[in-house]
Design a protein around this ligand. Sequence first.
Ligand code: PLP
Length: 393
Amino acid sequence: MSATYLMPTYNRQPISFTRGAGSWLYTKDDTPYLDALTGIAVCGLGHCHPQVTDAIQQQAGTLIHTSNLFGIDWQERAGEILCTAAQMDSVFFANSGAEANEAALKLARLYAYKQGFKRPKVIVMEQSFHGRTLLSLSATANPKAREGFYTLDEDFIRVPFGDIAAVKQAAQEHDDICAIFVEPIQGEGGLNTAANGFTYLEKLQAECDAHNWLFMLDEVQTGNGRTGRYFAYQHSNARPDVLTTAKGLGNGFPVGACMVRGRANGLFGAGSHGSTYGGTPLASRVVHSVYDVLANSNIMENAVTEGLYIRESIVDTFGQHGVSSRGAGMMIGIALPEDMDCNQLVDRARDEQKLIINVTGGHVVRLLPPLNMSRDESTQVIERLINLLKPSF
Ligand SMILES: *Cc1c(COP(=O)(O)O)cnc(C)c1O
């Protein structure tokens, strides 16, 4: 494959797909690959879900874009169902995760500004990933992604993920903090869950309430049913002030959302934020159709049962060799022994097993299968993974 005209921002695998259906991707010669990655947690309903495809086709032939200068009926409708599902008050529609997070971080700054802060700081986590725009990149931990971009480091305080004591310490050392921004489960940074699970979120919220900070969740990856609840925070009793999502929101159609509640509601006014493409009739109708499929099915329960089935089967087989699993629903990390050479795993899975996976954090196999994967397909994921990993033990 020659990519001469494309900037080399990605190390691309030597394969491309021309068609997708459900849990399967097909190459030009129609070889099927079992997709346990779904475009990095995007196509949660599987590729080309018929109801979503139908919504896109109908709306593409009716009205694609007008402008946020006008009323947009589908945006109102998508906003209502999304805010109701997320238990939030209002939403701003963007086109990606980074843009949704940019809106959240701008909100935190505006929240501080309205209280007279000179230069506020946001608490973020080690191993976090929040996107590639300058502000969301500055919130991101990965030094390789940040290098050379003069990130706005003085605007963030970084603490270890899962560590409440570090947050309390930061609160003592700084009087200019305005928010905490955190992923319920860290996706790009190694599929990390907090040691105390989702109660971590409740403890973070308590700190935010005690100090009048905004409690902001990045559910770009964990949202839209991925972990078995519509949003991952709903596994806990925590309630965010600001909530972002994207990836699964459009099942492959680019769309993001930043939602607010309570003290974060009403911060943005006319002219203070915007996006030409944000919440077009087409994007909004897609959001609506993805939500309809999730809400009127047992897909989120399926994500829980199939996710557990995959995790337990792998740990049953390789647990005695130090293999463990983590995550929630169909957001699965299979942690291999730290001394294991994992460099070839993605290529071997693809070429030998026709299985699409990802490896993160050096030795964690990351699986993000469709939420509606069938039992037979989950069994095939397990069998192919066992075949892949067996020679290593
Ligand atoms: C993917 C991701 C982002 C960035 O989303 P883009 O759509 O690529 O801009 C932000 N936060 C989290 C947690 C993500 O997983």
